[in-house]
Design a protein around this ligand. Structure first.
Ligand SMILES: [Fe+2]
Ligand SMILES: [Fe+2]
Length: 438
């Protein structure tokens, strides 16, 4: 509803195009909402003058922290961006002339480091699905100004805390992440089958880091308006339904194949198997340790996602990343160390940055960010980051590749949580299971 005196409690109107209630992320963590030191530049784009007026009034209290600009059309917005890029662009979808999807496409190409948010009352699923790769966050009208501000604080906080400038550009230009071609065939088969069940689709999708991330992004977005945060792919598929998955598979270049020539030494299949195995092991350890199936499902999803940053680096920095991989192999140093030496960051942070921008729940983002250094979470009991760290180290300890890059367990962390003996038991059991399976 439109309020003449816009304040923190007023709602942004739906403008009659469609009516949804905004469910912005309930994942605002204090660590991610610290105001950045420099003024953050935010551009709002809407072709309805009344909406821009409400936004101007409502955002006025933030003028000390944010440099705010408003545009009445896509063309005007693009001209503003070209004069001086923005940290965040928030746009309506349905506008005369250049629409929101076209605008975001141009912004992504010209200024990939800009965070792209849709704030729209647009109800058409296929239109929304078509800009899935272009958009970091979806908000829906009517939306409270408080929710909008929280969302903006969260994404700008993520940018400043996790986003290394060079890697902000890399992740900003991403439309999708590579998946294995066989996965596409399996999903297509499952969708075409008259007996296709959401369980079967979830089973296939949940093993793939790229598809898992995309389904969790969608199911946690305001567009679908689910009242709870979605942590597992099985839950995401169940909530979205096979129709939405079908739309995604048909209308979005959701699956992109990876050209192995691009980044010699990077094996997508290996990452895929390692991620799925880490997820399964983390799930087993957590369910045994906590006896909580919901948390065990989160551990599975976090395990599948934990190395997603490697996909981004191999896809975007190809040649340089091939050199980094070769150096890690030759020197037998942990990959994260060599990445940090050359890039100033690691695959853990790159992956966490993208997932945070996509609005995935904070525990999953934190588990990805801290999977090499779980002590950073400061939790004295086995937390999600810790179980992913342990499962990852156990997977690496199998040494299935003769030239495998080491990824040792953090012994100080085991001491910190008092689980050195448990680790030895898990290691023994895991080795035994592995030898039985081969
Ligand atoms: Fe890793
Ligand atoms: Fe890993």
């Amino acid at each position: 509803m439109i309020s003449s005196a816009a304040n923190d409690c007023c709602e942004l109107p739906s403008t009659g195009k469609a009516g949804f209630t905004c469910h912005t992320a309930s994942t605002v963590s204090p660590a991610m909402t610290q105001p950045p030191a420099a003024k953050t530049r935010i551009l709002f784009v809407d072709d309805e003058a009344s909406m821009l007026r409400v936004l101007k009034m409502g955002m006025r209290p933030m003028a000390n922290e944010w440099d705010l600009q408003f545009a009445e059309s896509g063309e005007e917005a693009l001209a503003f961006c070209d004069q001086q890029p923005f940290d965040v662009v928030v746009t309506d979808m349905r506008m005369g002339g250049m629409n929101g999807a076209q605008l975001l496409n141009q912004v992504m190409r010209r200024h990939p480091q800009t965070v792209r948010i849709v704030l729209s009352g647009y109800a058409d699923l296929s239109e929304v699905v078509s800009c899935v790769g272009l958009t970091h966050q979806f908000l829906t009208k009517p939306c409270s100004l408080e929710d909008l501000k929280n969302c903006l604080k969260r994404v700008t906080g993520i940018k400043h805390q996790l986003g290394h400038e060079k890697l902000r550009e890399l992740t900003g230009g991403l439309v999708n992440l590579p998946s294995l071609p066989k996965l596409y065939l399996e999903i297509a088969d499952a969708l075409q089958s008259p007996l296709a069940s959401t369980e079967r689709i979830a089973e296939i999708a949940s093993k793939d880091p790229a598809l898992s991330a995309k389904l969790l992004q969608l199911s946690n977005s305001a567009f679908f308006g689910f009242s709870r945060r979605v942590f597992s792919v099985a839950e995401a598929v169940q909530l979205l339904g096979s129709g939405v998955i079908q739309s995604l598979a048909l209308t979005v270049p959701l699956f992109s194949a990876f050209d192995p020539q691009k980044c010699p030494g990077f094996q997508l299949e290996e990452i895929w198997e390692h991620s799925a195995a880490t997820g399964a092991l983390a799930c087993r350890i957590y369910s045994h340790h906590l006896d909580d199936s919901h948390l065990a499902e989160q551990a599975f999803a976090a395990g599948v996602l934990h190395d997603i940053g490697k996909l981004i680096l191999a896809d975007k920095l190809s040649g340089q990343y091939a050199d980094i991989l070769a150096e890690a192999h030759a020197t037998r140093r942990p990959l994260r160390e060599v990445e940090r030496q050359h890039l100033g960051t690691s695959h853990a942070e790159v992956g966490a940055y993208l997932l945070a921008l996509w609005g995935l729940p904070v525990p999953l983002v934190e588990a990805v960010a801290c999977h090499h250094h779980p002590r950073r979470c400061g939790n004295p009991s086995l937390c999600l980051s810790g179980v992913i760290h342990i499962a990852d180290a156990l997977q690496h300890s199998l040494g299935t590749q003769p030239d495998a890059i080491p990824s040792p367990v953090d012994v100080d962390y085991l001491k910190f949580i008092g689980m050195e003996a448990d680790y030895e038991i898990w290691r023994h059991e895991h080795l035994q299971k592995f030898h039985e399976s081969v």
